[in-house]
Design a protein around this ligand. Sequence first.
Ligand SMILES: CC(C)(COP(=O)(O)OP(=O)(O)OC[C@H]1O[C@@H](n2cnc3c(N)ncnc32)[C@H](O)[C@@H]1OP(=O)(O)O)[C@@H](O)C(=O)NCCC(=O)NCCS
Length: 149
Amino acid sequence: MLLRNVTDEDLPLFFEHQRDEVALRMAAFPSREREAFMTHWRTKVLRPENVTRAITVDGRAAGYISSWEQNGERLIAYWMGREHWGRGLATRALSEFLTVERTRPLHACVAAHNVGSIRVLEKCGFRAEPQQNPRHEDGVAELFMTLSP
Ligand SMILES: CC(C)(COP(=O)(O)OP(=O)(O)OC[C@H]1O[C@@H](n2cnc3c(N)ncnc32)[C@H](O)[C@@H]1OP(=O)(O)O)[C@@H](O)C(=O)NCCC(=O)NCCS
């Protein structure tokens, strides 16, 4: 098993991951300052109605994967520390996560330039959908990807 429950001790590592400039450009995602990050995780991401797991490598946290409800749709997001990229871990973690998070359809919003993440999603069965509003508010083109029932 690659996934386990997230503990408060994991949060400083996830905080560092979401400050990595290379990852931020890839995900086209704004980072949060420490306090805002901790509050966001403790009050939103770790809500019991969400499914959130740490991705582990040799028993140590290497990233996370999470799902939540937004505007009546179930969405997922994931993030790996850069030192773990390119070894198939995100693909394995998402495959395992999909046995825990059984909601279908399941969706992911991904920057159109994030070829790694798009590939991870495609390998796990997600497909890009035509979207009504295909652009992020900051102008970054996005794909809305769906795993159908
Ligand atoms: C996207 C991310 C999760 C990928 O993690 P990973 O463990 O490196 O992914 P995998 O090793 O499972 O790669 C899966 C596929 O994507 C490809 N891939 C991964 N990163 C890539 C990149 N930067 N450019 C091109 N292809 C890439 C791999 O070659 C592999 O394809 P293949 O099986 O056909 O060879 C990781 O880079 C990350 O956390 N990025 C920052 C946060 C982010 O973008 N999150 C997703 C937001 S939607």
